[in-house]
Design a protein around this ligand. Structure first.
Ligand code: AMP
Ligand code: GLY
Length: 429
């Protein structure tokens, strides 16, 4: 098969790495790709958010299967255009991608599906929103309805912060994304991510993960896209994951089908777990980045078979072959990230690193200049390893990180701490 992967991050390098190992893959093209992906695939350059451009390229290159990595092309309807053109593709339609693009829509689907989530109210005007906040009190969560680059959610620990947040949103701070505001009950608990593939009807779990959103050790500093992740997430026990599938994910997939907008692709459910019960925080309509990296190193080449079964509506007859393993990924970022940072610093030491089914340094924001690999983004490398225990995987990952010479970068030294502490407590019991 000729396969095209859209995207350029660590998530897409991990997808490309898994796909390239599968004998079904004859030719792999990535657009736009990065320096790491260029070593295992051909890189192409066109506007990946433009459905026409993606269809034209796919027809010219006789692409059999397109895998869409990021959210933007999904929200722009690239999957719709590909399906109209008869090209097999992995990723939801724009109508189904509203599960990420609109928080109010997700709430509506959860209500219809009776899926446990935070209590909420929706507002399109400031005064009633303020009155609601005063009536409910803090802590309370204020969310811009639309996509706001991860900045549209304010977890307000006091009423003044919540009131200021709605004022900002209706004042246009998030543009059209803030024209409607969802105000939610604050949920306590531990967050974890649950990933399933859906072919429109059937949901197949492909793993759990937890990430570290804050920039610095001890979960301090500003929020980022994620500084590291591990899989599985010990807090999401098999029983809780099964309940989340039966009570949250499958009923929402059924509801999407009932509405005539079936969900096809990976569905990433952010869950809040407390007292053995999961409630939905949010859906994403793509793989998490860097969560995808730990899922891919665990799944390996079968990831392509699973994504094909998903796109072809064959998930109910498909199984995941699980190894009893754990994976971790450490994000190396440019100093200054998530604020401003310099591009162009050289990264040394990559050539001597192991590259096998247990250890991979996936590239995110990198570029080749002459013979050198240089930083070309905020999150730059994702050192990803697998082990029979999480502790082995973590030790191996930090050993690899120590062999990379990049003084202009930084990384967290405590990825996986929560899971290790939990394992230690379990072991002592
Ligand atoms: P979202 O974009 O909806 O995932 O929100 C971003 C982050 O805000 C989540 O990952 C949670 O940490 C937090 N959050 C969102 N909604 C709630 C809620 N209802 N209660 C507590 N925390 C929340
Ligand atoms: N790492 C969080 C996300 O991809 O949304």
């Amino acid at each position: 098969m000729n396969i095209l992967i859209l995207g350029s991050g660590g998530r897409e390098h991990a997808l490309a790495w898994a796909v390239a190992q599968n004998p079904k893959c004859d030719r792999l093209i990535v657009a736009p790709g990065n320096a790491g992906m260029a070593e295992i695939a051909e890189c192409a350059s066109f506007d990946i958010d433009d459905g026409e451009a993606v269809v034209t390229f796919s027809e010219e290159e006789a692409i059999d299967f397109v895998i869409i990595g990021p959210e933007a092309p999904l929200a722009a309807g690239v999957a719709d255009r590909l399906r109209e053109a008869g090209i097999l593709c992995f990723g939801p339609s724009a109508a189904a991608a509203r599960l990420e693009a609109s928080k109010a829509f997700t709430k509506e689907v959860c209500d219809a599906a009776h899926a446990p989530t935070a209590g909420y109210a929706r507002f399109t005007e400031l005064a009633p929103a303020q009155a609601y906040i005063r009536e409910q009190g803090a802590p309370i969560v204020v969310k811009a309805d639309g996509l706001a680059a991860g900045k549209g959610v304010i977890v307000a620990m006091d009423e003044a912060t919540a009131l200021a947040a709605v004022e900002d949103m209706f004042g246009g701070a998030f543009g059209a994304a803030g024209a409607e505001v969802v105000i939610e009950e604050f949920m306590e608990g531990e967050e974890a991510s649950f990933f399933v593939l859906s072919d429109g009807k059937f949901a197949l779990p492909i793993g759990t993960a937890q990430d570290h959103k804050r920039a610095y050790d001890g979960d301090k500093g500003p929020n980022t896209g994620g500084m590291g992740a591990y899989s599985p997430a010990p807090v999401l026990t098999d029983a809780i994951a099964q309940a989340a599938l039966d009570q949250i994910v499958q009923p929402c997939i059924d509801e999407m089908a009932r509405r005539g907008t079936p969900y096809q692709g990976v569905l990433y459910a952010g869950l809040m777990i407390k007292d053995g019960q999961a409630r939905l925080v949010e859906y994403n309509v793509r793989f998490g980045d860097p969560e995808c990296q730990v899922l891919m190193i665990r799944l390996g080449a079968q990831a392509l078979d699973l994504m094909l079964a998903c796109a072809e509506g064959r998930l109910s007859e498909t199984q995941v072959n699980w190894a009893d393993d754990c994976a971790v990924t450490i994000v190396m970022a440019s100093q200054g990230y998530p604020g401003s940072y310099e591009k162009g610093s050289e990264i040394r030491g990559l050539a001597g690193l192991p590259e096998d089914s247990w250890n991979m340094a996936f590239h995110a924001g990198t570029k080749r200049i002459g013979g050198a690999t240089v930083a070309n983004g905020g999150r730059v490398l994702n050192v990803t390893t697998r082990g029979t225990t999480l502790r082995t995987a973590i030790t191996r990952a930090y050993d690899m990180v120590s062999r990379i010479h990049w003084p202009e970068g930084f990384y967290r030294k405590d990825i996986g701490w929560r899971a290790l502490e939990r394992n230690d407590v379990d072991a002592a019991e």
